[in-house]
Design a protein around this ligand. Structure first.
Ligand SMILES: Nc1ncnc2c1ncn2[C@@H]1O[C@H](COP(=O)(O)OP(=O)(O)OP(=O)(O)O)[C@@H](O)[C@H]1O
Ligand SMILES: O=C(O)C1=C[C@@H](O)[C@@H](O)[C@H](O)C1
Ligand SMILES: [Mg+2]
Length: 176
């Protein structure tokens, strides 16, 4: 672990990966990448359209490819898609090539943050809160497997999480 080690944010939809990742990158003077945005740029269509045309499987294949390319870079901050940890290859690759932070936020807060946004196909269901609860139960162990650190992000404003991560990252770099 050194001052150029990649930093990866994982967690469910609405956990704040994009918001916090962008701020953290700015504070560290690093390039910021968002695997979802990268996939959208490469395909030229929004995520719901990829799901419609290629199904979730098609999206996941593109995600594995994108993660492989982004994790080959150094000195970056990356926000990942909420389902990135479903693939064991992604989990291993993230864990091995960077400092992985799991932003754990209770499903009800995720629901409040995401309910007006139609850009997340998995939440276009009758009961998005129940869906988020199910996803949280299923994925929490996978996020923990990939992560080096868990932040209970529900009660903190985004800038508070950024501040905390800056301090922890600095401390870990100084130790090694
Ligand atoms: N710590 C926070 N406190 C309050 N609101 C937040 C916090 N972090 C993010 N938000 C808000 O929650 C919404 C979702 O955040 P964001 O898009 O960063 O989540 P995400 O983890 O990247 O989600 P996805 O996996 O769907 O890309 C945004 O409107 C953002 O402003
Ligand atoms: O949680 C998920 O499976 C997803 C989260 C988003 O970031 C996108 O990657 C996509 O909508 C799928
Ligand atoms: Mg995001």
């Amino acid at each position: 672990m050194d001052t150029h080690t990649n930093i990866y944010l994982v967690g469910l939809m609405g956990a704040g990966k994009t918001t916090i990742g962008r701020q953290l990158a700015r504070r560290l003077g690093r390039n910021f990448h968002d695997s979802d945005h990268e996939i959208v740029e490469r395909t030229g269509v929004p995520i719901p359209t990829i799901f419609e045309i290629e199904g979730e499987d098609g999206f996941r294949r593109r995600e594995v490819q994108t993660i492989a390319e982004l994790t080959a870079m150094s000195n970056i901050v990356m926000a990942t898609g909420g389902g990135v940890v479903l693939d064991p290859e992604n989990r291993q690759r993230l864990h091995d090539t960077g400092w992985v932070v799991y932003l754990n936020v209770p499903p009800f807060m995720l629901y409040q943050r995401t309910r007006h946004d139609r850009n997340r196909p998995l939440l276009q269901v009758e009961d998005p809160l129940a869906r988020l609860e199910g996803l949280h139960a299923a994925r929490d162990p996978l996020y923990r497997e990939a992560a080096h650190m868990v932040v209970e992000g529900g009660q903190l404003v985004a800038s508070g999480v950024v501040q905390y991560l800056m301090r922890e990252f600095g401390r870990l770099c100084a130790k090694t």
